[in-house]
Ligand binder design. Structure first.
Ligand code: AMP
Ligand code: GLY
Length: 410
């Protein structure tokens, strides 16, 4: 099987690595990829959000499966173009990807499907925003309706700040604050049914103790020893299957990963957000533990044959990933610094590249999140120790990482 992965981050490095390990896979290609992905896949330059260009590349490579990593190509209709070219594609259509692309649409689907989530209102005018803030009270949660690259959500006690964010965004969803630990659950969907992957937890704030600005994610771990044993089953029954059924009923079947961001509230798991793609860096740890061959599983989704597949299986033990971020991430990350020490990482740890590029034969930083260092072990504590031992070998001028990843898991 020849597989083409679209994207260039740590998530795509993890996907390519797992795909390459599937005995069914003969070739892994990635476009555009990064310096680390080049170790496990053949790289191709492409404009990720150009549907015709991606479909053409998939055709030229005679790909048997295309896997789309980030949200931007999905929302741009890349999956539609690939499927129109007759190539199986893991990733939702532009219509179905609106579940991430429009918070209002996501709320509409959840309401129709009876999915537990925060009560909310879509607001356009300052008067509507003020009334919604009044209705739900503090902490105020104000979300840009559209894709905002991680900068769309403001959670604040400050009414003026909430109103300013609403005014700056134009169209916003204002909602009830959900109290409880957050969990990421990925469900693999084939248009009519779905299976869950193992739940993981991300750390979104830049600094230790969940302080500092929101980021794409500074680290993650799986499994979650503290989570209820029936969590994945419950979320499948209450959230994922009703959502997949609702989208199919509307003529926009969902093929790909439905990423459910949950708050485990006293009243049970409630949806904070849907994403139309794998989470980064949760994917790095979830795929590390997955025993089921990945390409075969994703192809079953892309071809609507998941029901013949059975639930995915896992290797015992745990995985923890620590993101090494560039100086001044997330505000304005510094790029172009040399990354050293990569070959010193051995044993129970390995390095996935996120924002890296080649400068001659040197690896240099090219993005905010530069590396995703993965540690593994028999339990979360051991995996965490392996990850931090490995981070200690990495040298990148000005870089920073959190030192408390996975502390809740121990
Ligand atoms: P983002 O990844 O930019 O969408 O950030 C969303 C983050 O905002 C989540 O991870 C939560 O921490 C927080 N958040 C969003 N909606 C709510 C909510 N209704 N209640 C509590 N926290 C929320
Ligand atoms: N790690 C959260 C995300 O990918 O949005």
């Amino acid at each position: 099987m020849r597989v083409l992965v679209i994207g260039s981050g740590g998530r795509e490095h993890a996907l390519c690595r797992s795909l390459a390990a599937d005995p069914q896979v003969t070739e892994v290609h990635c476009a555009p990829g990064n310096a680390g992905v080049a170790q496990v896949a053949t790289l191709h330059p492409v404009v990720q959000t150009d549907p015709a260009a991606v479909a053409r590349l998939a055709g030229e490579l005679e790909a048997d499966l295309v896997v789309i990593g980030p949200e931007a190509p999905l929302v741009a209709g890349v999956a539609d173009a690939v499927r129109q070219a007759g190539i199986p594609c893991f990733g939702p259509s532009a219509e179905a990807a609106r579940i991430e692309g429009s918070k209002t649409f996501a709320k509409e689907i959840m309401a129709a499907a009876g999915v537990p989530t925060a009560r909310s209102r879509t607001c356009v005018t300052p008067e509507e925003a003020a009334a919604a803030l009044e209705e739900f009270g503090t902490p105020y949660v104000v979300k840009d309706d559209g894709l905002a690259a991680g900068k769309g959500v403001v959670v604040t006690e400050d009414r003026d700040e909430a109103l300013r964010h609403a005014a700056a965004c134009g169209r916003v969803v204002i909602e009830e604050f959900l109290d409880g630990p957050e969990v990421s659950l990925f469900a693999l969907c084939d248009g009519s049914t779905a299976v869950p992957l193992q739940p993981a937890q991300d750390h979104k704030r830049a600094y230790d103790g969940d302080l500092g600005p929101n980021t794409g994610g500074m680290g993650a771990y799986t499994p979650l020893p503290w989570a209820p044993a029936d969590l994945a089953d419950r979320v499948m029954t209450e959230t994922v299957l009703p959502t997949v059924t609702e989208l199919a009923k509307r003529g926009t079947p969902y093929t790909g990963v439905l990423f459910v961001g949950l708050a485990l509230t006293p009243a049970g798991p409630k949806v904070i957000e849907f994403n139309a793609r794998f989470g980064d860096p949760e994917t790095q740890v979830v795929l590390d533990r997955l025993a089921t061959p990945l390409a075969s599983l994703l192809l079953a989704c892309a071809t609507g044959t998941l029901d013949r597949f059975g639930p995915p299986s896992y290797r015992d033990g745990a995985a923890v990933t620590v993101v090494v971020a560039a100086e001044n991430y997330p505000a304005d990350p510094v790029k172009g610094d040399v990354v050293e020490g990569l070959s010193d990482v051995t044993g129970d740890a390995y390095v996935l590249h996120a924002g890296t590029a080649f400068d001659g034969d040197r690896v240099v930083s090219s993005g905010g999140r530069v590396l995703s260092v993965v540690g593994t072990g028999p339990d979360v504590a051991a995996a965490r120790a392996a990850a931090y031992e490995a981070v200690g070998h990495i040298r990148l001028r000005g870089s920073h990482h959190r030192t408390d990843i996975a502390h809740q898991g121990i």
